[in-house]
Ligand binder design. Structure first.
Ligand code: HMG
Length: 389
């Protein structure tokens, strides 16, 4: 049975600081064209010492609670692959910071960058079971690779919050989905490591294999044909990856890869990712925010979503843009979230990258750096202490 469920509201937050790729290129001697054109990145978000996935997630979700209240929210699903605790969900801290009712279920989900799409689909299932309820989905990540590694240029950090419910104001999510899982070691992060391990070329190939796999299943499940879509929101570890993926899909389907057609399908989805960098779980939904904020009226148009998480799990699905969606957009706030970041020098970024908390259980306050609504005040007795302004 088809029932009208989807994304009712979407809000995002990113970090206090930003590192322009020109700074990175000046430090490591890379020709800037490789960053600006080769991978399609201008800058990357850098968390302050007192920011993490919780402060970002709470900052993304707060405007949604301010607009809609929390009366109908009975579930919070927090998707991340930069988890701060092996047991407690980061969502429980956010639940507390936002003052959500105790009659709420809160859980954390993980499968690399794919986690938020699993959260969205699970949310739809919950709403289908009880259409009176809404689910708050939060995707929040800090992408961290080794300093001086090829992955360094593809870091970033952001959180997207989405309110999922009946009769959505933005995008109705449709059945069916195309699914794909393959046990590959393209990118991973063992529990004892702070930075991810990656085989760059392998990861690109694994992503492209997943594009084929999801599309094959999507068509077998009776999905739409390629030319029914007005645009495609791909997971964007770097924005050029979306172009590579779309060309691959067109080739796989026997279509020409005309440069202008590809640009029309992808171009308006990259504005936030190109200045934020890889935000893992949030990335594909930052693509949606950019598209809705920039495109001419998309009412009734279909959008293709390709969510990829290394390791790997991927899903292709479709959303239809709802009439009146433009009145719900947060375009100004979205632009302000990226514009408010303070540029840091390469040395300042490197110092932040190298920071970690001592593991001795002592009192370790963090320097007050963020001007955002929530901060990680420190660690005490192995407990993270958060503050609202
Ligand atoms: P690299 O070795 O630094 O770069 O790795 P390259 O030599 O492959 O060059 C990159 C592109 O720049 C190439 O274009 C060059 O030709 C071009 P392409 O051949 O790909 O079209 N180039 C230039 N263009 C213009 N002017 C120039 C110039 N020089 C070179 N002067 C790589 C790049 C992305 C592999 C690296 O940064 C990396 O390992 N990143 C991390 C892994 C990654 O992002 N993988 C993506 C797929 S996996 C994924 O999406 C999942 C993930 O998000 C994790 C998760 O799921 O949790 C990562």
């Amino acid at each position: 049975m088809s029932i009208n469920i989807g994304i009712h509201d979407l809000s995002f937050a990113t970090t206090e600081f930003v590192l322009p790729h020109t700074e990175l290129a000046a430090y490591n001697g890379t020709e800037i064209g490789k960053y600006h054109l080769g991978i399609g990145q201008e800058s990357m978000s850098v968390p302050a010492a007192d920011e993490d996935i919780v402060t970002l997630g709470a900052a993304a979700a707060a405007p949604i609670i301010a607009r809609h209240g929390s009366d109908r929210i009975r579930t919070v699903v927090f998707a991340t692959e930069s988890s701060i605790d092996q047991a407690k969900s980061a969502g429980v801290y956010v639940h507390s910071l936002l003052g959500l009712p105790s009659a709420t279920r809160v859980v954390e989900l993980k499968q690399a960058c794919y986690g938020a799409t699993a959260a969205l689909q699970f949310a739809i299932g919950l709403v289908r079971r009880d259409p009176a309820q809404q689910v708050l989905v939060i995707a929040s990540d800090v992408s961290k690779y080794e300093l001086d590694s090829p992955g360094e240029a593809t870091q970033g950090a952001a959180a997207v919050a989405m309110l999922v419910g009946l009769d959505p104001a933005l995008v109705r999510i449709e059945d069916p989905s195309g699914l794909f899982t393959a046990d590959v070691m393209d990118f991973w992060r063992p529990n004892y490591r702070d930075a991810a391990l990656v085989d760059g070329q392998d990861s690109i190939n694994a992503y492209l294999q997943a594009v084929e796999g999801t599309w094959k299943d999507y068509t077998e499940q009776g999905g739409r044909s390629l030319d029914e879509f007005a645009a495609f929101c791909y997971h964007q570890p770097f924005t050029k990856m979306a172009y590579k993926a779309h060309r691959h899909l067109l080739n796989y389907c026997g279509y020409d890869t005309d440069k202008d057609d590809v640009a029309r399908a992808i171009g308006q989805t990259t504005a936030y990712n190109t200045v934020i960098g890889n935000s893992y779980t949030a990335s594909v939904y930052l693509g949606l925010a950019a598209l809705l904020d920039q495109a001419d009226d998309l009412t009734g148009r279909h959008i293709g979503f390709l969510s990829y998480g290394s390791g790997s799990v991927a899903e292709f699905f479709s959303g239809t843009v709802v009439g009146g969606y433009r009145e719900q957009l947060r375009t100004e706030a979205n632009r302000a979230a990226t514009d408010r970041r303070k540029p840091v020098s390469y040395a300042e970024y490197r110092a932040l990258h190298e920071r970690s908390f001592p593991t001795d259980g002592g009192d370790h306050p963090t320097p007050a750096q963020t001007t955002g609504p929530y901060r990680l005040a420190g660690l005490s007795g192995h407990k993270r202490i958060y503050q609202s302004r």
